[in-house]
Design a protein around this ligand. Structure first.
Ligand code: RP5
Length: 175
């Protein structure tokens, strides 16, 4: 990217391409609201200098929110957060050995002064939504779209209630 080119408002970074199935929903959530993203593999352990360069430059390039996912000894979100004033949303990726508890605790237990907004293990979709909501806090049009999305969730949830109530009234079972 040239020096003058402006970055997408949301950067989605992850420790490995094996994290993509967890992180893709974050991009999908942003796309649903028409928010552009930049996606890249960036490892706190395998490419630490690339991580430093990216995080230091992000705000100046026009990035507004960073979503960072990693698994195991998941240092990427915290390290990126330590290098930028931008809000960082951490996504614990489910690991084989410890089912993502290692990732979760590595990401969530940040020292005072350097926050990472940590979502659930495998919470890529919510990470994307949260990034959209951060942008929506200063964007009236985006805020209206988030409000409409919440109404859709309400409608879906009430429809679920009606379906279950009908099933129970007919003496049926879902199992
Ligand atoms: C972490 O190690 C990555 O975030 C990934 O979750 C995990 C395994 O990486 P690969 O060995 O699949 O490249 O740094």
């Amino acid at each position: 990217m040239s020096r003058a080119a402006k970055a997408a408002p949301v950067a989605i970074v992850m420790g490995s391409d094996s994290d993509w199935p967890t992180m893709e929903p974050a991009r999908n959530a942003c796309e649903r609201f028409g928010v552009a993203t930049e996606v890249r593999v960036l490892s706190a352990h395998r490419t630490p200098l690339d991580m430093v360069r990216f995080a230091r430059a992000a705000a100046g390039r026009g990035t507004r929110v960073i979503i960072a996912g990693a698994g195991g000894a998941a240092h990427l979100p915290g390290m990126v957060a330590s290098l930028t004033p931008l809000p960082v949303i951490g996504v614990p990726v489910e690991s084989k050995a410890l089912k993502g508890m290692d990732s979760l605790l590595s990401i969530v237990q940040m020292p005072s002064g350097i926050p990472v907004a940590t979502v659930a293990i495998g919470g890529g979709w919510n990470a994307g939504l949260l990034a959209v909501q951060v942008l929506a806090s200063s964007d009236e049009r985006l805020r209206r779209r988030v409000t409409e999305y919440r109404r859709e969730l309400e409608r879906e949830s009430r429809a679920k209630h009606r379906r279950l109530a009908r099933l129970l009234a007919s003496g049926g079972s879902q199992g």
